[in-house]
Ligand binder design. Structure first.
Ligand code: AMP
Length: 194
């Protein structure tokens, strides 16, 4: 792995733990010589992550759509910045540049981007590891819901297990090193021969 794409809130959230884990991840990436790919903004947790990585001597690549350059206040001190034409281009380029995906606490944008990376994995478009950095149980309801998808027959256990979860950045990155992607189709009914 050379670069990790991190999806995270363009707001800071209400708890200090969110910024703390963000900074821990930033320092860990820099310490391991892993580049950061992210949405290019200077606000919320996004800005804190980029600043921490840069301060620790890490490489930071931002990808921001033209329309959001002002609203999300594009970070001006990154190692590399890409201004793209659309959200779709942003997601595609971020995914291409990275070897793995992490979601820190965030809102709808964070989930949209993380789930897209996951669903591409499920369809076999790529085999890059995906993980949630969970702090203060922020993602507990989401992981419970994915278990429910398995219980209700909408998600295979092997695809559920693609989502690695940890409260610790170093532990999550270690899990990524061990990742063995599932190599099976997602269509449960076809497997049963219906
Ligand atoms: P949020 O988690 O909602 O604070 O958003 C985090 C980041 O995701 C921000 O940079 C948003 O601009 C970005 N974002 C929101 N919606 C999308 C989308 N549909 N595709 C790509 N990025 C998005």
């Amino acid at each position: 792995m050379k670069r990790i794409c991190v999806y995270l809130g363009s707001n800071p959230g209400n708890r200090p733990e969110y910024a703390e884990i963000t900074r821990r991840l930033g320092r860990e990436l820099a310490a391991r010589g892993l580049g950061l790919v992210y949405g290019g903004s200077s606000v919320g947790l996004m800005g804190r992550l980029a600043d921490t990585c840069l301060d620790a001597g890490g490489e930071v690549i931002g990808v921001i759509p033209k329309l959001l350059k002002e609203k999300e206040i594009a970070h001006t001190g990154l190692t590399e910045s890409h201004v793209v034409n659309s959200m779709h281009e942003r997601k595609r380029l971020m995914a291409e540049l990275a070897d793995a995906f992490i979601a820190l606490p965030g809102g709808l944008g964070t989930l949209d981007e993380f789930f897209e990376a996951l669903t591409w994995n499920q369809l076999g478009y790529h085999t890059k590891p995906c993980g949630l950095l969970d702090v203060s149980g922020y993602y507990a309801c989401l992981t419970d819901h994915m278990d429910r998808m398995v219980g209700e027959g909408f998600l295979l256990p092997a695809h559920r297990s693609m989502v690695m979860t940890s409260p610790d950045p170093a532990d999550l990155l270690d899990k990524f090193e061990q990742y063995d992607p599932p190599r099976l189709d997602k269509w449960i009914e076809l497997k049963k021969g219906h």
